[in-house]
Design a protein around this ligand. Structure first.
Ligand code: NDP
Length: 308
């Protein structure tokens, strides 16, 4: 029987691991589908406090992992495919079929940015293709960039990018935005933002440079295909929280994000931290913060049950 199982090794999961390990709870941490989480797809992280010269995303996550290991966290390269949270002990089934028992569970499985599935999109992630303007926008000073999407995220990303870019093209597949009126109006009034309506990106171009040089864009009304010269493409078509194993057991919003009070779910001993319960901020530092909160909650729960 485990005291604590942590699902996920992004900033939330690893911070929860550091805190529960330092509380002598010897947490078992399952790596999850993307070991190290979303930060491993970013090169320089410039907004994590304590790194004035920036830190490589992989390096930051390796350091957090080493810090957790130093205090006794145990890591297993595995993914939880199912959970039974109906009673104590909580049961976590792994994708190799093995079932683990635990007193507390910290869900830090994150959210996966949706991409469009274009031929050259994946290979250019971190080389001009990004799903996070806050993370990567500052690399594109005085050059043209594009955002795909018509929701609040796309508006927010586009507005943010105007701080750096010479021009921000917003490419949307319809002729009206899905975003709230206030966010849409703000984007439409911004002189640096140009909207390309009724259009989709068909591919990302790199002309052999291995970094984004432009986009192939199709107008859905005229079927015209054109090339748009940009140095970066920010994909803002939504995120998918990784909550499949908990459907029907934990409360979720309509998009599948876990609903929590602080980091507590409705089941005693089960906590959620990071992007899996946060559709709004989605930052490494906020994920780390909620990872810490979940760890303290788990520690207090175990103490109340006489196990810590
Ligand atoms: P949304 O699902 O709201 O919007 C996604 C957008 O991407 C839509 O415009 C959609 O087009 C477009 N899209 C989806 N798939 C594709 C595709 N394959 N190709 C091209 N375009 C595509 O996601 P968001 O991330 O924008 O927002 C998620 C939630 O978070 C919302 O509830 C939002 O209000 C909230 N949010 C709030 C913020 C705030 O208040 N500050 C900031 C950011 C998000 P179409 O419209 O045609 O479906």
């Amino acid at each position: 029987m485990e005291n604590v199982i942590i699902l996920g090794t992004g900033a939330a999961g690893l911070t929860a691991a550091i805190y529960t390990a330092r509380a002598n709870l010897s947490p078992l941490v399952l790596d999850g589908i993307q070991p190290g989480g979303q930060l491993t797809t970013t090169s320089d992280v410039e907004n994590f406090p304590g790194f004035p010269e920036a830190v490589d995303g992989n390096e930051l996550m390796s350091r957090m992992r080493a810090q957790a290991e130093r205090f006794g966290a145990r890591f297993q390269f595995n993914v939880a495919s199912h959970a039974d949270l109906s009673d104590q002990p909580l049961l976590v089934t792994l994708d190799d079929g093995k079932t683990l028992e635990t007193r507390t569970l910290i869900i830090a499985t994150g959210a996966t940015a949706k991409y469009m599935g274009l031929p050259h999109e994946q290979k250019l992630i971190g080389r001009g293709v990004s799903a996070c303007a806050t993370c990567d926008g500052a690399f594109y000073k005085n050059v043209p960039v594009a955002v795909v999407g018509g929701g609040d995220t796309a508006m927010e990303e586009a507005n943010f990018l105007t701080r750096f870019a010479s021009v921000v093209y917003v490419i949307h597949r319809r002729n009206e935005f899905r975003a709230s009126k206030i966010m849409a109006d703000r984007a439409l009034k911004n002189p640096k933002i140009r909207v390309i309506w009724d259009s989709v990106v068909e591919d990302v171009l790199d002309v052999g440079k291995n970094e984004v040089t432009g986009l192939k864009v199709r107008n859905l009304k005229t079927n015209d295909l054109s090339t748009l010269d940009v140095n970066a493409l920010f994909v803002a078509i939504g995120h998918q929280p990784n909550t499949a194993p908990f459907v029907g057991q934990l409360d979720m919003n309509e998009k599948g994000y876990l609903l929590t009070e602080s980091t507590r779910t409705k089941i005693p001993g089960v906590y959620a931290a990071g992007d899996v319960q946060d559709p709004v901020y989605r930052q490494a530092i906020t994920a780390a913060g909620t990872g810490c909160m979940a760890a303290i909650e788990a520690e207090r729960f175990l103490e109340s049950q006489g196990h810590a």
